[in-house]
Design a protein around this ligand. Structure first.
Ligand SMILES: NC(=O)c1ccc[n+]([C@@H]2O[C@H](COP(=O)([O-])OP(=O)(O)OC[C@H]3O[C@@H](n4cnc5c(N)ncnc54)[C@H](OP(=O)(O)O)[C@@H]3O)[C@@H](O)[C@H]2O)c1
Length: 185
């Protein structure tokens, strides 16, 4: 059985998008990131991806299937299936899950089999996974930038927060620092 890994790229002050929803300062290395050992390893070990509807809409439904780094089943948490269904290919299929985070995770795990499920965001989906105790590891990339305001990955959470144990730290190009944590259960 694989793990559930929730990953995000953050500014030093903890934002996953700036106040305008822009991610460019967090991904100046978008072209080269795909070729880092860290992402290659994630692509090799991930069997299904889980994302929220807003993260999904960042991509173009016509071209996302062939351009997305993870060529595997993708599960999108949403209240409604989009009218324009995205184009798929023989490896990447989309499933729009309308009955909640637990169901989305159950389906993603079944599709992933022995491999990992990677949760790629956004904040709402990430937080729901964490609050429901569905995450085994957090993989946080910190970029050397302060955004001042924007979308926080971690808001004020009423639920008890889990204890973390650091697993590894990796220095990547473009000032990116990858830190992985195990969630102590
Ligand atoms: N820095 C990074 O690593 C990174 C990565 C990914 C995304 N992002 C940023 O994160 C932003 C999106 O984050 P977000 O928190 O706003 O949204 P999100 O988690 O991507 O998606 C939220 C949406 O998913 C659906 N949803 C969430 N929970 C649900 C539930 N329990 N049942 C049914 N549907 C549910 C709802 O959409 P509907 O009601 O429309 O169906 C909701 O509006 C993006 O705009 C992007 O800027 C950053």
């Amino acid at each position: 059985m694989g793990k559930v890994i929730a990953g995000a790229t953050l500014s030093v002050d903890g934002f996953m998008a700036d106040r305008n929803g822009d991610l460019s300062q967090l991904y100046p290395d978008l072209e080269t990131l795909r070729f880092t050992d860290q992402l290659e390893e994630s692509i090799r070990t991930t069997g299904a991806v889980l994302m929220g509807r807003r993260a999904y809409t960042m991509g173009d439904p016509e071209t996302i299937a062939d351009n997305y780094e993870y060529q595997i089943p993708i599960f999108v948490l949403t209240h409604s299936v989009p009218e324009q269904l995205p184009r798929e290919n023989e490896r990447l299929a989309f499933t729009f899950v309308t009955d909640g985070i637990e169901s989305a995770m159950r389906q993603a795990k079944a599709a992933a089999g022995e491999k990992d499920v990677t949760v790629v965001g956004g904040a709402s989906t990430f937080q729901q996974c964490l609050s429901a105790g569905l995450v085994d590891e957090l993989h946080i990339d910190v970029m050397p930038v302060l955004l001042g305001d924007g979308l926080r990955l971690f808001g004020r959470q009423a639920a008890e927060l889990p204890r973390l144990e650091r697993l590894a730290v990796m220095e990547l190009p473009a000032g990116r620092t990858h830190i992985s944590f195990r969630i102590v259960k």
